[in-house]
Design a protein around this ligand. Structure first.
Ligand SMILES: Cc1cc2nc3c(=O)[nH]c(=O)nc-3n(C[C@H](O)[C@H](O)[C@H](O)COP(=O)(O)O)c2cc1C
Length: 220
C-alpha cells in the first residue's frame, strides 16, 4: 500500500453510516497494517475533546510478535477466568439472549487469538490528581475505533489487561503517571463491518423529564 493510498483511505466514508456500522471486530487477519495507517487512526484520536484541551493521550502500538505474545498471554489468562463462568451461567439459562452468548464467544475468540492481531494499540494518558483521565481518553478511543471503521480496519475496545496493568505498563515503558486505559486489537477484518445489535433509541430517549416509574430509582 502506497502512502498516497493510505492517505486516501476512509476519507469518503460517511460519518453517521460509519459509526452505525462500527461493531466490535474480533476476528482479524494476521496481515500487517502499515505504520502510516496506525498513525492515521491515532491522529483521529487526537481530535477528541479533553478538559482544558490538555490532550492527555499517549499511544503505544505493539507490533512485534514476541511483544504481542507477552501481552496476549496475560490477557488470555485473565479473560478465561472471567468468561468461562459467565458463559456457563448464560448457557444454563434458557432465557439468556443468544446474541449475548455470541458476543461472549467472539470475545473469547479474540482472547485466544490476541497474539495474532497485527497491532495491539494501547491508549494511555497522563493522570490528574493521581487518577487516570479516562473521561478524556474514552472519546479519543472512540475516535480511533471510528477511524478504523472508516479505513476498513477491524478493531474493538478492551480493558481486561488492566488486571495486569502495572506489569504491562512497565513493559510498554509507561510510568505510573501515564497508565494505560484501553487496549485496541487492530487488524484487517475476517468478516465485515455491520450494525451491532442495539435497542431502539426510542427506548432510551426522553424529552425534558423521565416519566414516573419509567426507569430505576429517581434522583429527586
Ligand atoms: C469500557 C469497556 C471495556 C470493555 N472491555 C472489553 C474487554 O476487555 N474485552 C472484550 O472482548 N470486550 C470488551 N468490551 C466490550 C466490547 O468492546 C464491545 O463494545 C461489546 O462487546 C459490544 O460489541 P458490539 O459493539 O459489536 O455490539 C468493553 C467495552 C467497554 C465499553
Amino acid at each position: 500500500m502506497t502512502d498516497a493510498e493510505v492517505d486516501a483511505l476512509g476519507e469518503e466514508t460517511p460519518l453517521l453510516e460509519g459509526l452505525r456500522t462500527a461493531r466490535a471486530i474480533r476476528r482479524l487477519k494476521t496481515d500487517s497494517v502499515p505504520e502510516r495507517l496506525i498513525r492515521k487512526v491515532c491522529e483521529a484520536g487526537t481530535f477528541g475533546p479533553s478538559g482544558g484541551n490538555r490532550q492527555p493521550w499517549i499511544f503505544v502500538a505493539v507490533t512485534e510478535p514476541e511483544r504481542r505474545a507477552f501481552i496476549a498471554k496475560r490477557y488470555r489468562k485473565r479473560f478465561h477466568a472471567y468468561i468461562h463462568p459467565a458463559i456457563e451461567k448464560a448457557e444454563s439459562d434458557p432465557n439468556f439472549p443468544p446474541v449475548k452468548v455470541r458476543n461472549m464467544k467472539a470475545a473469547l475468540h479474540l482472547a485466544d487469538h490476541l497474539h495474532e492481531a497485527p497491532v495491539l494499540l494501547f491508549v494511555a494518558g497522563w493522570t490528574r490528581g493521581g487518577s487516570p483521565q479516562s473521561q478524556a481518553l474514552f472519546p479519543c478511543i472512540q475516535n480511533i475505533l471510528l477511524a478504523c471503521r472508516a479505513v476498513g480496519l477491524g478493531a474493538s475496545l478492551t480493558t481486561v489487561h488492566l488486571a495486569d496493568g502495572p506489569e504491562i505498563d512497565a513493559y510498554l515503558g509507561l510510568s505510573e503517571d501515564t497508565p494505560s486505559c484501553a487496549l485496541l486489537p487492530i487488524g484487517w477484518p475476517k468478516g465485515r463491518h455491520g450494525r451491532p445489535p442495539r435497542a431502539s433509541v426510542d427506548e432510551k430517549l426522553y424529552f425534558e423529564r423521565v416519566p414516573e416509574g419509567q426507569i430505576g430509582r429517581r434522583r429527586g
